[in-house]
Design a protein around this ligand. Structure first.
Ligand code: GDP
Ligand code: MN
Length: 382
């Protein structure tokens, strides 16, 4: 789950990280009394996307009387006029720094990133310290200081090392995939203040945390969902609608991404991406197919690709369920079924037998996903 800036900053504040004073404003709300005497202001649209500065959705102003004008400049740039705005006390910037902790998936550990400049595309910049955080070993200020090399003046490097040493622990405790502070501001009076927060929590760890928290982020995410995406969530899985011509039905993110690539290789584009809501896949085949049917009814959709991979659930039962489901109502577009099954799933029926059975009923079925996508591409071309 991606957190809106205000929720991300609330999380940071909870862990003792300094953030600017702020008030969250609902659409149309005026300047609150408590802010009237701040020395300077920032008005920032709360979206789940970054790059707001560039899009004119972050406005700085110095006098309380300019609040209405700042709001008038932001609102036309919003897709949704109800987007909440965060009013913040502006801080006096001496220097903007980039600080982040991310999960390094290939090395299976956390990585701390620090750069002497804020802004965009920092990860491509040569001036970036990448400091691996070994599992089980604390990120000590000494180790971070050593990893900073000559990127910062020595006194700032020492302070930054102490500051950054807290971030990996917060990342772990909060089950974050990403904790990015950009800019981390060094103020003219020498404080380090997190002026922006981009935080992504691992959805699989949601159950460990308070589900009532981060109301703004949850509301924004729900508002951005399509009707079918919402329906899928209620049915127990995650759907992301994409711009494409082939409905893809899979379970598990890895399989979904592989199939999307295969589909792309054949000049088609997937119109859907499906993932499990929780760690392990629930039995949601008929629910997924129900949503696939609705998607496939759209005129630009040319085919449905259903790839199923079974480890221990019975393939025979899966095939029976599929046949029953198909017999109940005709599909609006041609269906291509791929079957992969592990040993435990094939006690009553092997993948080859399943394919034979489906083919006998006139359903295009394959054990090889490449052959499956190839056949679908051929049908789409015709
Ligand atoms: P983003 O563009 O969505 O990443 O939004 P940011 O919150 O990072 O804001 C964009 C830019 O506004 C930052 O890079 C800063 O340069 C500037 N900014 C953010 N907070 C402050 C602040 O408190 N004071 C001042 N002067 N500038 C700020
Ligand atoms: Mn930013």
């Amino acid at each position: 789950m991606r957190l809106a800036e205000c929720d991300g900053k609330a999380l940071l504040r909870r862990h003792g990280i300094a953030v600017p004073r702020s008030v969250l404003l609902q659409a149309g709300q005026g300047l609150p009394d408590e802010a009237a005497h701040w020395p300077g202001f920032l008005l920032k649209a709360q979206l789940l996307e970054g790059g707001r500065g560039k899009r004119g959705l972050v406005r700085r102003f110095d006098r309380a009387g300019d609040f209405r004008d700042a709001r008038r400049l932001i609102v036309p740039g919003l897709d949704d006029a109800d987007t909440p705005l965060l009013l913040e006390e502006a801080v006096a910037i001496e220097r903007e720094i980039f600080a982040a902790v991310r999960v390094d998936g290939s090395a299976q550990r956390l990585e701390l990133l620090l750069a002497p400049e804020g802004g965009e595309n920092i990860e491509a910049s040569a001036k970036l310290a990448r400091i691996p955080i070994e599992p089980g070993a604390p990120a000590t200020p000494e180790k971070i200081f050593a990893g900073l090399g000559k990127l910062f003046p020595a006194d700032l490097a020492a302070r930054l090392a102490r500051y950054a040493a807290r971030l990996p622990e917060i990342t772990r405790q909060e089950d974050l995939e990403l904790l990015e502070i950009n800019p981390l501001v060094l103020t003219r009076d020498g404080n380090l203040i997190a002026c922006d927060a981009k935080i992504v929590r691992d959805d699989a760890a949601d159950f460990r945390h308070d589900s009532e928290e981060f109301v703004v982020s949850r509301t924004l995410a729900a508002r951005a969902m399509t009707k079918l995406e919402r329906e899928a969530q209620a049915l127990g899985f995650q759907l992301v609608e994409t711009d494409g011509d082939v409905v893809l039905v899979t379970s598990g993110a890895g399989l979904g991404m592989m199939m999307m690539d295969l589909i792309g290789d054949r000049g088609m584009r997937a119109a859907s991406f499906m993932d499990n809501l929780r760690g392990a896949p629930d039995e949601t085949m008929t629910e997924r197919l129900k949503i696939a049917r609705a998607l496939a009814a759209r005129p630009h959709i040319k085919a449905i690709i259903f790839q199923t991979t079974l480890a221990s659930r019975s393939l025979a039962e899966r095939v029976e369920a599929l046949i029953g489901w198909l017999a109940a109502e005709p599909l609006p577009k041609p269906l291509f079924v791929g079957i992969a099954a592990g040993h435990a799933a094939t006690r009553k029926m092997t993948a080859e037998q399943a394919v034979e059975k489906l083919q006998a009923l006139g359903i295009s079925a394959f054990t090889d996903p490449v052959a499956l996508v190839k056949a679908a591409a051929k049908a789409v071309r015709q």
